[in-house]
Structures are given as structure tokens and as C-alpha cells.
Ligand binder design. Sequence first.
Ligand SMILES: [Zn+2]
Ligand SMILES: [Zn+2]
Length: 106
Amino acid sequence: MLPLAAMGVLVKQDQLRRCWQCGRMKGRALVHDAWSGWIYLPVLCLCDGITCARCKEGAIHRPISNRFDEANGTVLHIPHFGYLFPCIACRRAETQQAQRGRAGPG
Ligand SMILES: [Zn+2]
Ligand SMILES: [Zn+2]
């Protein structure tokens, strides 16, 4: 069984390599699409991404592009509203704020 991705895309094999700058995988992946069959999709790393809209410092994946999800071995599509997603630093800050909130003020 091959893993099923959010976009209904299966990774058969990939030609991905790890980016030495951001540590993400990039290159191209051979995926199976219900409509197109087996196709190659370009996979971008964070270096090809855009600046985080919240902190203006971190990098997020470029909207309307593809990224490789190493945890699941699948290629995921970044939707057009992907520019709204927070970067890793912002997500981490939100988690810490939530933890502080649970602990109470002061
Ligand atoms: Zn990179
Ligand atoms: Zn950010």
C-alpha cells in the first residue's frame, strides 16, 4: 500500500534532495494523480518560499506550489491562501503563548 496524500496524490518514487540551506527536500517527485496519471511535480523548499506575513522574517512555503511531507512520504500542494500560514517561529511562539495562558497570568 502506498500512502495517500491530502491531494489524492501518491508518491511512487522521488528525485528529491535535501536543501543544505533550509534542510527541506526539493527537486521533483513522481506522483500519481487520479486525473493525470503518473506525473512529475516540482517540489520547492523553503528557500523558494515567501516571507511570513506575521513576523516578516521567517520563511513559509510558496502558495500554489508543492512541498514534500517527509513524515508521511507524500507530496502536498500549498493552496493559494498558503501565504496566510505562519512560519515555524510564529507557530512556536503561538504554542508558548498558549502554554503560558494555561498557566495563568503573571
Ligand atoms: Zn532550501
Ligand atoms: Zn513568522
